[in-house]
Structures are given as C-alpha cells and as structure tokens.
Write a protein that binds this ligand. Structure first.
Ligand code: URA
Length: 434
C-alpha cells in the first residue's frame, strides 16, 4: 500500500467507515516505522475517538500493535500462568499482595508493570521503595522465578520491545486529546497484556472520581471490549468493575502502600483491600484451573512466604525498614459527625503533589511521600482530630496538597442514605469463548 493511503484511511474513518484489516495493519506498521507522520496518526486517532471502531476493527488494531514487537511465551512452565491488570486508582496497591497470594495457590503470575504518570501511582514505583529491589530483570530470569515452587510471582518492567506501536501511539494520544476512546484504551492495554504471554487474565476496571472511567456505563463498555479482545486472542479473560470514589485502603503513596500490602499479607490490613485482593485472587485461581481457596493461603502465611521470595528474587530485602518522609503534617476533621465523603481524585492529586508521583516521564518520585487516612467514609469523627496525614520530603508542597483537598471532605451530622459506603465490587464481566 502506498504512503499516500494514510490520507484515504483517515478520510474513511472520518466519514464513519469500518477500516479493513489491510488498512489497519498498514497504518499501525507505517506509524511504528516512521512512514506515517505523527500528524496523520493524530488525525486518525481523533477520527477513531469520534467514530469508534467495531469489534473486528478493535481486535485487528490490537493484533497489529502486538505484531510490531516481541511476544513472550511462558508455555512449558510447570504451573498455569495468570495475570492481572488494573485500570488504575488511588491507593490501588492490590497487585502487591495479590501476585504472591495467587502464586501461593499454585499459579505463575508474570506481571509486566509500569511506572506512574500523574496521580495514579505505578506498581514499580511502589516496589522500588523497598531497599535493593530492581524492576529490570530479563525474560530468562523471569522464567526462573516463575518456575520456582517457592516463588512463582514476578512484577517487573516491560521491555521496550513489547507492543512498541503502543508506546509511540500512547505518547501521541497523550498530547493530542485522543486518550479518551474505548477502542484505543482497550487495544492499548490488551496489546501489552496479550504480548506478555499470559494464558489467563483478570481485569480490575475502576469506576468513579479517582478512575479513568467516571461512570458505570463507560466502565462496563471498556471492560466488555477488553474481555472480548482477550477472549478472541485465546487469553481467558474476566473483568470486575470496582468502585473508586474514595481511596482503596488507608494509604496513597509508595512505601506507605507497600507497608499496607505487608499488613494484608500478615493477616491484617484494611477490610476493603483484603476484600478486593481475595475477590481478584479467586477469579485468577479459577481461571488457572486450581482448586485452592486464597483465603487459606493468606491466613496460613503461605502468601507472605511467597511475597518474601518475590522481593528477594529481585534484589530486595523484605525485612528492611521502609523509607519514611522527613516531614508529616495533619489535616484535621472540619466538623464533628460522620465522614460521608473523602474524594479519591483529590487524595490522589495531594499524594502526587507531595512527591509520590511524577509530572514528567523519567522524573524521580519520593519513596516516603503520600497521604495516610485516619478515617474512611462511614466513620464518626470529631472536629479537629487528624483526618489525613500528609507525608513529604519537600515541605513546600504542603500548601498545594492542602489546596487539592479543600473540597474533598464532607462531614454530615448523620450518615443519611448516602453516608454508608456502597459496594466495592459492582459487577463481573465475562463473555463466551468464540
Ligand atoms: N493505560 C494504557 O496502557 N493505555 C491507555 O490507553 C490508557 C491507560
């Protein structure tokens, strides 16, 4: 196909046509190899935002992105592989206890993860707060850890050769107002997950103020598209829609979240983190065809043993004290009554401004920075009691963090009909195999 076909492909999508497999393969390849200009791909991405893509087009787009890079292969391991992906939320540390827990149940969990950009933290940033822990390990080492009966869980950095088309396209979408498209988001996430070589996948699709998808309908549509993409590509995929109006657990930050994950592995931790960890673990264990109850593996310490092995296998010291911030300030409860709202987005932005997140790719993050919640929606509070503590090495950020939280908190005299926290797990999405 000639290079000028970029224009006919853009025009076709602009006018609402369905693109052929050949047109999609050509556009994704030409863009990846610099034969389709950034402005042409931006125009095509905008046409897709406005016109959408059907199931066949989205599957082909995903396939074309996978084919631009390497596809990992974990067949032949002595255990079934199963992975998890979250669309990202505030205080979402679930991967940390989940991966060793599912490994303790007998599965191999190959999790290629990313660093955070913006207010939702990256799993690698969290793990890097553990002294010595390294995100960059090769595929050979990954395979060894996955095969180890005492291990079985790896959380590491995705190599640049995994769906390289997505890397380029995501950077372009980020600067051209073309992130918000269900087929583009779904193909971006699923191209990386399918290329990573897992046999099964559980998706945690977040809904609410602290999530990408603000409404239940949008989240349902995204989950359905991703489950279809995985299933069509031969990866057994299930999604849970889960609430993200208030932070998960009681911490948002890097070392703060690792500390909370360790509490869960030790049999304690906040009830919502335990509930979601077990719900996702049950889905993963079922997809892997294993007959173990994750609650038992959590209660009897096997999950904690696999956590320690996982951390050590990547150079970390699971017994080392976690870094703490140099400065802590408190935000008091504004009134006496019931805390009825603590907005996830505001807490995420505050943690980010305190130094837990980055404003540009490659910038460092502070290991100890973040927010600790001393009360959660539904709790009674007394005016002046510490409601949140703000942690940072850079105290000049306190004012901006407080500013982010100015409208985030509601304390009412009584809980009222909206006072109690709604359900955490909203829906399960699965489709029949083709
Ligand atoms: N995460 C991704 O990996 N891609 C998107 O498009 C959005 C979120």
């Amino acid at each position: 196909m000639a290079a000028h076909d970029a224009i006919s492909i853009i025009r076709a999508k602009r006018d609402g046509a369905s693109l052929s497999d050949e047109q999609i393969d050509w556009a994704v390849n030409a863009f990846t190899h610099g034969e389709m200009a950034d402005e042409q791909m931006s125009a095509l991405a905008m046409a897709i935002v406005l016109r959408g893509m059907d199931r066949r087009e989205t599957a082909r787009w995903t396939h074309a992105m996978i084919e631009t890079g390497r596809r990992l292969d974990f067949t032949g391991l002595p255990r079934p592989t199963v992975d998890k992906h979250s669309t990202g939320g505030v205080g979402d540390k679930i991967t940390l206890p989940l991966a060793p827990l599912v490994a303790a149940c007998g599965a191999a969990v190959p999790q290629l993860s990313g660093r955070g950009l913006g207010y939702t933290g990256g799993t690698l940033d969290k793990l890097e707060s553990i002294p010595g822990w390294q995100a960059d390990i090769g595929v050979g080492r990954m395979r060894e850890i996955l095969a180890d009966p005492a291990g079985g869980a790896v959380i590491c950095a995705a190599g640049a050769d995994l769906a390289p088309a997505d890397k380029r396209l995501y950077a372009l979408r980020d600067t051209t107002g073309t992130v918000e498209s269900i087929p583009l988001i779904a193909s971006s996430i699923m191209s990386k997950k399918i290329a990573a070589g897992t046999a099964a996948l559980v998706l945690d699709v977040k809904v609410g103020s602290g999530a990408f998808m603000r409404t239940r309908d949008e989240a349902h549509a995204l989950a359905t598209t991703m489950v279809e993409l995985g299933t069509d590509a031969g990866v057994d995929t299930v999604a849970l829609l889960t609430a993200m109006d208030t932070p998960l657990g009681r911490t948002a930050g890097n070392a703060l979240e690792v500390g909370e994950a360790v509490e869960v592995l030790a049999g304690g931790g906040p009830a919502d983190v335990v509930e979601l960890t077990l719900a996702l673990a049950r889905e993963m264990v079922a997809l892997a065809g294993l007959d173990t109850d994750p609650a038992d593996a959590l209660a009897d310490g096997r999950a904690m043993d696999h956590w320690r092995t996982m951390v050590r296998a990547q150079g970390g010291d699971p017994a080392a004290p976690l870094p703490t911030a140099a400065h802590i300030d408190h935000l008091p409860a504004p009134a006496t009554g019931v805390l009825t709202r603590l907005d996830a987005l505001a807490v995420g932005i505050a943690a980010w401004r305190l130094g837990a997140g980055r404003t540009r790719q490659g910038a460092p993050v502070q290991a100890g920075a973040g927010v600790r919640l001393h009360a959660v929606p539904g709790d009674r509070v007394t005016a002046g009691q510490p409601l949140l503590s703000l942690h940072t090495d850079t105290p000049e950020t306190f004012d901006r963090a407080r500013h982010a939280l100015a409208e985030a908190i509601t304390v009412a005299e009584e809980a009222g009909e909206h006072g109690a926290r709604g359900p955490l797990i909203l829906e399960r999405v699965a489709v029949d195999r083709p």
